[in-house]
Unconditional design. Structure first.
Length: 389
C-alpha cells in the first residue's frame, strides 16, 4: 500500500483538486493508460468549432467531478457513517466518463453505443490497469459499477453520482460555461455544498440556497438550447454520422479503400457491427479520429468526396428546424436527413427530485419554489432537416 501523500491539482474552476490522505492511492488510477486517454478527448465534441476556447477535456472534468464529490463527503461527514461506500463513490466519480470515445457524445451517435457500457467494460476487465489498482486497494470494481448504475442502497450516494443536482452536473455546467463564454451555467459549488444536509440518508439543501438551485436548473436548460445543441454543432454531428454511414456502406460493398495511413482497421468494429476490445478502444482519441477523417480525402467515392468537402467548408451544409418529430435518420443519398435533439426538461418532480430542508423535514423543491413549480416539466426538443449541398 502506498504511503499517504498530499497532492493537489491546480484547477481554474475549483482552484484545488485534492488527493491527500486516504485518497492518495487514487493517483495511480489517474496515471493509467485508460485515464490519461481522457486528456485527448474533448469534453464538448465539436463545440470548439463554434466556441474556440472550449478545448477542455474529459480528464479535467473527471477530476472536477471527483473533487466536488469529495467536498460533499467532507462537509456531510459521510466518511464517519460509511467509509467504504465513500471510497466506492469517489472511484465512481473519478471514473464515470472513462468510457467516452473520440469527441465525447459524438462517438455514441455513429456507433450506436453509449459510454456507460464502455466504462463498465474498462473498469471490470480483469486485465485492465484500472481493475488491478482498484482490487489492490480493496475496491471491488463491480461495486463501483453498482454506484454508477444507481443500484446502491444509499440514497446519498445516488444523489451525488446521478441526480438532478449531482457532482457531474455541477462540474460540467461550471466548466463548460467558463470555456464557452456562456453565462448560463455559472453556479457556486461551494455555496451549494455548504448548504447541504443529510436527513434520513437523503441529501437535502437549506432553504436559503433555493435561488442557487433554481439558477443551476434553468442554466442547464439554457446551456442545452444555446451551447450543447447549437445548430452548427448539430451540422457537424450529422455530417460525421453521414461520413461513417457511407464508409460502412462502402466497406460492406467490398470497396477497396486507398487508406494510405492504414487507419480503417482502427474503426473496423463499427463497420462490422462488432464490439471494440479494450485494446482497440484505448487507441481511439480525438487526434486519431481527426487524422482518419483527413485521410479519407484520398478516396475516390464521389459521395464521400462531397461529404468531406462539407467537412472543410461548413457553409455547404444547411440546417432548418421543422415542426414534425422525425427521429434521427440519414437518407439513402447520404446527403440529407433528420436530426432530433435530446429532450431536456428543466426539472422533474417525480424523477430523482431535489429535497429542501424545512425545519428538519425534507420537502420536494417545487413545493417551496414558485419558479420551479411553474417551470416543472417544461422541456425542449427540436427536430432539424439537414442537407449537404
Amino acid at each position: 500500500m502506498k504511503k499517504n501523500i498530499n497532492k493537489f491539482y491546480a484547477d481554474p474552476i475549483l482552484k484545488e483538486i485534492n488527493f491527500g490522505g486516504d485518497n492518495s492511492w487514487m493517483l495511480d488510477l489517474i496515471n493509467t493508460e485508460e485515464f490519461e486517454r481522457l486528456g485527448r478527448i474533448h469534453q464538448l465534441g465539436f463545440s470548439n468549432i463554434i466556441f474556440p476556447s472550449a478545448t477542455h477535456t474529459r480528464f479535467s472534468h473527471s477530476l472536477g467531478t471527483y473533487e466536488i464529490t469529495r467536498r460533499f463527503i467532507e462537509h456531510l461527514e459521510l466518511n464517519k457513517k460509511n467509509k467504504l461506500e465513500c471510497k466506492y463513490l469517489l472511484c465512481a466519480a473519478l471514473l464515470h466518463d472513462i468510457g467516452h470515445g473520440p469527441f465525447s457524445h459524438t462517438f455514441e451517435t455513429y456507433t450506436n453505443t453509449n459510454h456507460e457500457e464502455f466504462t463498465k467494460q474498462l473498469i471490470c476487465n480483469k486485465n485492465s490497469n484500472l481493475c488491478r489498482i482498484l482490487t489492490e486497494n480493496g475496491i471491488d470494481p463491480k461495486k463501483v459499477i453498482e454506484i454508477l448504475s444507481k443500484k446502491t442502497i444509499h440514497k446519498w450516494a445516488v444523489s451525488l453520482i446521478d441526480s438532478q443536482i449531482d457532482s457531474d452536473r455541477m462540474d460540467y455546467l461550471n466548466r463548460d460555461s467558463r470555456y464557452t463564454g456562456a453565462a448560463y451555467g455559472q453556479i457556486n459549488p461551494t455555496y451549494i455544498i455548504k448548504g447541504s444536509v443529510l436527513i434520513n440518508d437523503q441529501i437535502c439543501f437549506n432553504k436559503k440556497i433555493i435561488s442557487e438551485i433554481e439558477n443551476l436548473l434553468i442554466g442547464r436548460f439554457h446551456m442545452y438550447k444555446q451551447v450543447y445543441e447549437h445548430k452548427n454543432t448539430i451540422k457537424y454531428e450529422f455530417l460525421i454520422q453521414a461520413i461513417f454511414k457511407r464508409i460502412k456502406y462502402l466497406f460492406l460493398k467490398k470497396y477497396k479503400f486507398v487508406d494510405k495511413r492504414n487507419l480503417i482497421n482502427s474503426f473496423k468494429p463499427i463497420f462490422e457491427n462488432k464490439n471494440f476490445t479494450n485494446e482497440q478502444f484505448l487507441e481511439l482519441d480525438d487526434s486519431l479520429f481527426s487524422v482518419f477523417i483527413e485521410s479519407l480525402k484520398y478516396e475516390n467515392d464521389p459521395i464521400l468526396k462531397k461529404l468531406l468537402k462539407a467537412h472543410t467548408k461548413p457553409n455547404f451544409i444547411t440546417i432548418k428546424q421543422i415542426k414534425t418529430n422525425n427521429k434521427n435518420s440519414i437518407n439513402k443519398d447520404f446527403l440529407s436527413g433528420y436530426y432530433t435533439t435530446k429532450n431536456v426538461c428543466i426539472y422533474h418532480t417525480n424523477i430523482d427530485p431535489i429535497y429542501i430542508n424545512d425545519n428538519g423535514k425534507s420537502i420536494e423543491l417545487s413545493k417551496l419554489s414558485e419558479i420551479i413549480k411553474k417551470l416543472s416539466n417544461v422541456s425542449y426538443k427540436a427536430t432539424y432537416v439537414v442537407k449537404i449541398n
